[in-house]
Design a protein around this ligand. Structure first.
Ligand SMILES: NC(=O)C1=CN([C@@H]2O[C@H](COP(=O)(O)OP(=O)(O)OC[C@H]3O[C@@H](n4cnc5c(N)ncnc54)[C@H](OP(=O)(O)O)[C@@H]3O)[C@@H](O)[C@H]2O)C=CC1
Ligand SMILES: Nc1nc(O)c(N)c(N[C@@H]2O[C@H](COP(=O)(O)O)[C@@H](O)[C@H]2O)n1
Length: 266
C-alpha cells in the first residue's frame, strides 16, 4: 500500500501566508516557492548522486502539503538521476497532484517505465513529468517520447545560452513563462543544489515569491551538495550578502524547524 501522510489544519494555517493563493488569480508569472531540506552545514545530500533523508516525519508531511498546494514541482536532472523520486503528493485524501518538471537541458535522463514517477502515474497517484530540454525533437529517442506521451507527459524545448563550461543554461524568466503557458500557475522548486543556487542569484529574486526551508539538526560533513549561491560584490569589489530573507517565521516540526520568508515584496 502506498504511504499516506497527515498534516494538521493548524499547521497548514500557520503556513498560509507563504503559499500560493487558493484560487488561481490571473498573473503574469507563476507563484514560485523555493523549498528544500538542509543540514546545519547547508547540505542537501551527503554527496552528489546520494539520496539523503533529512526531513523527519512532521516536516516530510509539510513538504507533501506544499506539493498539494502547487501546480508543479520542479527539480534538476541530477536529482532525478540520484533519487529516482516519486514527485507526487502523499497526503491522505489529497485531491490534487503537482506536475513534475525536470530541468534536463542535455537529456541526461533516459526515462524507463520502471522509474518510480511512472509507477506512481500508472497507479493513479501522481502525474507524468514534463521534461524541459534545450535539445530539439530530433535528438529525443522515439521510445522515450512514446513512453512519456503514453503516461501523459511530454518534452518541452526552450532556448538556452551556453555557460562558461559550454553547458546549455536556461533563463529562469523563460522557464517560468513557458510553465505558465502550460497552465501551471504555481511552481514548487525542490532542488537540487545547482537549481537552488542559480535561482538565488540576485537576477532571479524577483521571480521567487516564497522560500520554505526545512532545517534538520545534523551536520552531513564536507563533500555534500551545498546550498551556497555565487558570491555577490558591490562596485568596489567588496563582498555582499548574496541573498537575505525578510518577513521571516520559524515553525517547529518534531526535531526539525521550518523557516519561511520572502526574498522580495511584489
Ligand atoms: N534535501 C533536499 O531537499 C533535496 C536534495 N536533493 C539532492 O541534491 C542532489 C542533486 O543536486 P545537484 O547535484 O546540485 O543537481 P540538480 O538536481 O540541481 O541538477 C543539476 C543539473 O540541472 C541542470 N541545470 C541546473 N541549472 C540549470 C539552468 N539554469 N539551466 C539549464 N539546466 C540547468 C544541469 O544539467 P546538465 O548538467 O545536463 O547541464 C545541472 O547539471 C542529489 O543528491 C539529491 O538527492 C535534491 C533535491 C532536494
Ligand atoms: N523535503 C525533503 N526532505 C528530504 O530529506 C529530502 N531528501 C528531500 N528530497 C526531495 O524530495 C524528492 C524525493 O521525493 P519522493 O519522496 O521520492 O516523492 C527528492 O528527489 C528531492 O527533490 N526533500
Amino acid at each position: 500500500m502506498s504511504e499516506k501522510l497527515t498534516f494538521s489544519a493548524s499547521a497548514a494555517a500557520s503556513l498560509e501566508p507563504h503559499l500560493p493563493p487558493g484560487e488561481a488569480q490571473p498573473s503574469k508569472q507563476p507563484f514560485v516557492t523555493l523549498t528544500f531540506a538542509t543540514s546545519l552545514d547547508s547540505s542537501l545530500s551527503l554527496a552528489p548522486g546520494v539520496r539523503t533523508h533529512l526531513s523527519g516525519p512532521g516536516s516530510k508531511a509539510m513538504t507533501h502539503y506544499l506539493r498539494s498546494r502547487h501546480a508543479a514541482i520542479l527539480v534538476g536532472v541530477s536529482t532525478v538521476l540520484a533519487d529516482n523520486p516519486g514527485l507526487n503528493c502523499r497526503i491522505a485524501d489529497s485531491t490534487s497532484q503537482p506536475r513534475p518538471i525536470v530541468i534536463d537541458p542535455h537529456l541526461r535522463w533516459k526515462p524507463r517505465s520502471t522509474d518510480k514517477v511512472f509507477d506512481i502515474c500508472r497507479s493513479g497517484d501522481g502525474l507524468a513529468p514534463f521534461i524541459v530540454t534545450g535539445l530539439s525533437k530530433d535528438h529525443i529517442p522515439k521510445e522515450q517520447q512514446e513512453l512519456l506521451q503514453h503516461h501523459g507527459g511530454k518534452y518541452i524545448h526552450i532556448p538556452s545560452t551556453k555557460s562558461d563550461n559550454d553547458r546549455m543554461r536556461f533563463d529562469w524568466d523563460i522557464v517560468f513563462q513557458v510553465l505558465l503557458a502550460e497552465g501551471l500557475t504555481s511552481v514548487m522548486v525542490e532542488g537540487g543544489g545547482q537549481i537552488i543556487n542559480s535561482l538565488l542569484h540576485p537576477t532571479y529574486h524577483k521571480l521567487i515569491d516564497s522560500v520554505i526551508v526545512t532545517i534538520a539538526p545534523t551536520w552531513l560533513g564536507k563533500g555534500g551538495v551545498v546550498v551556497s549561491p555565487d558570491r555577490v560584490c558591490d562596485a568596489q569589489g567588496t563582498p555582499q550578502a548574496a541573498a537575505r530573507l525578510s518577513q521571516v517565521s520559524w515553525h517547529p516540526f518534531g526535531e526539525d524547524v521550518v523557516l519561511c520568508g520572502k526574498l522580495h515584496s511584489r
